[in-house]
Design a protein around this ligand. Sequence first.
Ligand code: FES
Length: 101
Amino acid sequence: MPFQKLATESDLPPLDEAKEFSCGDKAICIANVNGAYSALDNVCPHRGGPLGQGMIDGGKVVCPWHGWAWDVKTGAATQDSRMKVAVYPLKIESGDIMVEI
Ligand code: FES
């Protein structure tokens, strides 16, 4: 799939916060860790919690439902390294947030 526009740069979450976006029939979590943005599937692989409503802690998105922490680069869970959330390529181009899903 080619890159597609998710939102504009002004919609990005503030420093060390996460935010939910909808993209067609999917929901995407954008995480801002130290000013670097990552795009993850918004659905927590543990039980389906909304990662974009979670907090950032130690470079990870912490799911608001049961507190599992997901690495924003590898997608791996701290609690179970066999579980991974999808991480999508993201770029910012002419003020648009582009993701490749
Ligand atoms: S649903 Fe995310 S930690 Fe349980």
